[in-house]
Design a protein around this ligand. Structure first.
Ligand SMILES: Nc1ncnc2c1ncn2[C@@H]1O[C@H](COP(=O)(O)OP(=O)(O)OP(=O)(O)O)[C@@H](O)[C@H]1O
Length: 257
């Protein structure tokens, strides 16, 4: 629980005149669920995008498993063990739930385009193993009954679960979830919390952006707070929710008194 999985050192990123991240440094330990909160526009998604290779930081560096993270392309980041979901669900709407998860797995397969075309024994074995694994993952996230339904026909909450299954199919050490509870009702949010707890219990670390502060404070081992691109606090929830700058910037005075 105590060794470091991910370190961000002095990450900065600007868009024109807007400095979205200013020298952000944080440390995520193996096995923890780490919350990233802050008001709208604080820089949370920009940090995710820098970490997962969608953006290149202007300066600063990520270290993952004690090695510099080459995070200049999303596919490389996936192969290094970091998977993510998106604030706006990005599924293949006209593919089945099962096929969506199988696509996630292909990021890790050994066979290539040639063996795909020739349908080699290796390719066939991998395809069967991929399908079995995808079914297991749908079961794990609680939507195996919808395996053969098109993604677009799943409920909103089930689509969020499907995105998590697809991310898990890449076999990550770190799962980054961008507002997974957005749009969920109280029951769906409680179910999501159980799922994230199961993921942590299975040894996968979680980096969680979430506006549902109750969920974050109840679930996360530690929480970082961004405000106007600056990290103003990183600590356990009991300390974060009483930090004066956090109350001022985000939570509203007395919210956790
Ligand atoms: N691609 C972009 N081009 C221009 N400005 C951007 C871009 N991405 C983010 N920004 C700006 O950077 C700042 C941080 O945005 P970001 O989306 O990271 O915040 P956030 O904390 O994730 O907000 P929210 O909670 O609303 O999702 C904002 O001012 C935003 O307008």
């Amino acid at each position: 629980m105590n060794s470091v999985l991910l370190r961000a050192d002095n990450i900065s990123k600007s868009f024109g005149g807007v400095q979205a991240l200013k020298d952000v440094s944080l440390t995520l330990k193996k096995g923890e669920v780490y919350g990233l909160i802050g008001p709208n526009g604080a820089g949370k998604t920009t940090l995710f995008n820098c970490l997962t290779g969608l953006y290149v930081p202007d300066s600063g560096q990520f270290t993952f498993n004690d090695a510099p993270l080459i995070s200049n392309a999303p596919d490389k980041t996936v192969r290094q063990g970091i998977a993510r979901t998106f604030q706006n669900i990005r599924l293949f709407a006209n593919m089945t739930a099962l096929e969506n998860v199988m696509v996630g797995r292909h990021a890790r397969l050994r066979s290539n385009i040639v063996s795909d075309i020739l349908r080699t024994p290796l390719n066939r074995r991998e395809e069967q193993a991929t399908e079995d694994m995808a079914l297991q993952l749908l079961h794990y996230v609680g939507i195996s009954a919808r395996a053969h339904d098109l993604a677009k026909h799943l409920s909103y909450g089930d689509q969020r679960r499907l995105e998590i299954a697809r991310a898990l199919a890449t076999n990550p050490q770190l799962l980054c979830l961008d507002e997974p509870a957005a749009g969920m009702n109280a029951n769906e949010t409680a179910g999501l919390r159980q799922l994230i707890e199961a993921i942590r219990a299975d040894g996968i670390s979680v980096l969680l952006i979430e506006h549902d502060v109750q969920l974050v404070m109840g679930l996360c081992d530690r929480v970082a707070v961004l405000d106007y691109g600056e990290l103003i606090c990183e600590d356990v929830p009991a300390i974060v929710q009483r930090h004066p700058r956090v109350i001022e910037a985000y939570l509203g005075s007395g919210a956790y008194a």
